[in-house]
Design a protein around this ligand. Structure first.
Ligand SMILES: [Zn+2]
Length: 203
């Protein structure tokens, strides 16, 4: 295997590896810096990936509403569902669109505001020590092959630069409040494509 390529799911097709720069930004993806972030606690190990789903309005794909929400410019009058969320100050490090395009909103060196009240194995405030990845989707529709490929590629790139050792869904770290990514997210497929160690996965 060439140093800078990896085998894609599709045979005879290679795609460049994604790499994290010293400032925590991934090269080769779109950057849309969000103000909704702050410093991680000092000496924090970035050990967890959190998988989410989002679509705005819920169940409708495409459009700019997710970016607008994360950039604090969502028009509350554009859809009835936007009224209650336009003033939220939220973000994730990454969004993976239905077609597999990756957008980065927050440097991995910074704390994005994606998980809210949450805990992993008794450790609270998962935002402190995690990277948040949103898949454009809902709990009730299968994610696309392009999204699994992009997620695997992103995960592989992040592992090279961060001391990751677990992946969870939002539903696992905030089980009373959240249901995403939901039953349509295929954890086995993700683990296989991203070559994840078995002990990284939710039980
Ligand atoms: Zn979520």
């Amino acid at each position: 295997m060439h140093d800078h390529t990896e085998i894609n799911e599709e045979p005879n097709k290679t795609v460049p590896c994604l790499t994290l720069d010293a400032q925590g930004w991934v090269g080769g993806v779109q950057h849309m810096p969000s103000p909704n972030c702050d410093a991680r606690p000092t000496d924090c190990d970035i050990s967890l990936l959190v998988i989410h789903n989002i679509s705005l309005p819920p169940g409708r794909f495409g459009g700019r509403a997710i970016e607008d929400l994360f950039l604090n410019r969502l028009d509350p009058t554009a859809h009835p569902d936007f009224v209650g969320i336009a003033a939220l100050r939220v973000s994730a490090h990454f969004l993976i669109r239905r077609g597999g395009q990756i957008v980065q909103f927050v440097s991995c060196a910074q704390r994005a505001w994606h998980a809210g009240e949450s805990s992993l194995a008794g450790r609270s405030r998962c935002n402190d020590f995690s990277v948040g990845i949103e898949l454009e989707g809902t709990d009730f529709v299968a994610f696309t092959s392009a999204q699994y490929r992009a997620l695997a590629r992103l995960t592989t790139g992040l592992r090279r630069g961060l001391p990751l050792r677990a992946v969870r869904g939002h539903e696992h770290i905030a089980p009373k409040r959240k249901t995403d990514p939901g039953p349509c997210f295929d954890w086995r497929r993700y683990a296989r494509q991203a070559h994840l160690p078995e002990d990284w996965l939710p039980a």
